[in-house]
Write a protein that binds this ligand. Structure first.
Ligand SMILES: *Cc1c(COP(=O)(O)O)cnc(C)c1O
Length: 366
């Protein structure tokens, strides 16, 4: 990959492995692990992460077919669950041996028809049931019809049945979550009684594993936890940071009181000021809302506030009190704390801060 943009996201493989082992210890030895590598491995690189984890996990999970194809093209052979496939991609899904989630009658019928046309036998598919998130999934009341359709087809085999919690991180919603788990178990019981075989089961994401590990069933789907975030400070402290975003100082300016920095002259110097220009901007995933001292980076171990408006390709920081020069390293983040600070300062959560890191940023696994 040629990429001369010096801003780099380093993915820490030791931290990934530590985090994976942290979750493994919380689970029964027989529970399978699906590593969620959708959205470019939460803003890093799904292929690099997948390649590193392929011998350490059972399954990979992606949202869309294209993300699974990228893993296959990199030679990754684990089963890959596509959580939110689109009917137009079903042929690709089959060509690349990806395993689709079927979540409504439209996807079920389309896949059964294609499986028939392509003479597939026992092709693995996964059924998603809605137990309260109301995002994707069959309803409990769909059961009879689903079973009837599946029973008359030899072309597909239901590999697993799953559901997804709506508020697994929020213990104030414990009653709701336990209800979801119980409803899921009830749906499964009926399927087991009528389908004629027993697909494996999964329900928990990262905070589900942390809060409801009794409901681990046969597999768990861990995403954000692999990348260093639990659902509270105590859990996050047990995990290691995987995403380290580095840049450099391109240029330093010494400006006089009354001079301004950046578009719309948003920063006005009140005193002699030393500023540094850094080659990372909102097109790389730095929210524009972090400008005007809402966000900071580290230079020489010290906090340097972002001043003025974040530009598309760069931003300016105040390094008046920092001994630094052109070419010095800038740490945009290298700890969970810095990622959380950045997320909260831009009124979002680490999930969004991480996945916002754009494809222009070079990614490396170290
Ligand atoms: C994204 C996703 C996950 C992973 O969730 P985390 O909170 O990141 O662990 C698990 N299951 C489904 C269905 C998802 O969409």
């Amino acid at each position: 990959m040629t990429n001369n943009h010096v801003t780099v996201l380093e993915i820490d493989s030791k931290a990934l492995e530590h985090n994976l082992n942290y979750f493994k210890k919380k689970l029964n030895a027989s529970t399978k692990i699906l590593a969620v590598v959708k959205a470019f491995g939460y803003g890093s690189d799904g292929v690099l992460v997948g390649d590193f984890l392929k011998d350490k996990v059972d399954y990979f999970g992606v949202a869309y077919a294209q993300e699974g194809i990228a893993l296959r093209e990199a030679g990754i052979e684990n089963p890959i669950l596509v959580l939110h496939p689109q009917i137009v991609n079903f042929n690709d899904i089959i060509d690349y041996k990806l395993e689709p989630t079927l979540y409504n009658f439209k996807t079920l019928e389309a896949f059964l028809q294609l499986a028939d046309e392509r003479l597939l036998m026992n092709y693995p598919v996964h059924l998603n049931f809605n137990t309260g998130l109301n995002r994707l999934g069959f309803w409990h009341s769909d059961l009879e019809l689903i079973i009837a359709k599946l029973k008359e087809s030899k072309h597909v085999k239901v590999e697993s049945i799953f559901s997804h919690l709506a508020a697994s991180e929020d213990l104030e919603e414990k009653e709701f979550s336990i209800n979801q788990i119980n409803n899921f178990a009830y749906i499964v019981k009926q399927i087991y009684e009528t389908l004629g075989y027993e697909p494996f089961l999964h329900m928990l994401n990262t905070s589900g594993v942390i809060n409801y590990s009794k409901a681990q069933f046969d597999m768990v789907r861990v995403g954000i936890g692999l990348y260093g975030f639990g659902n509270d400070d105590a859990e996050t402290a047990q995990l290691k940071n995987t995403h380290n975003l580095y840049s450099v100082i391109s240029q330093i300016h010494l400006i006089e009181p009354g001079e301004t920095v950046g578009y719309n002259r948003a920063f006005v110097a009140k005193a002699p000021t030393k500023t540094a220009t850094v080659p990372i901007g909102h097109a790389d995933g730095i929210p524009r809302s972090l400008g005007n001292k809402k966000g900071y980076v580290l230079v020489g171990g010290q906090k340097a506030p972002i001043i003025g408006n974040v530009c598309m390709d760069m931003m300016m920081i105040d390094v008046t009190k920092i001994d630094c020069k052109e070419g010095d390293q800038v740490i945009v983040f290298n700890s969970q704390q810095m990622i959380e600070d950045m997320a909260y300062a831009s009124e979002t959560i680490p999930y969004e801060t991480l996945t916002a890191i754009s494809s222009r940023v070079k990614k490396m696994l170290k």
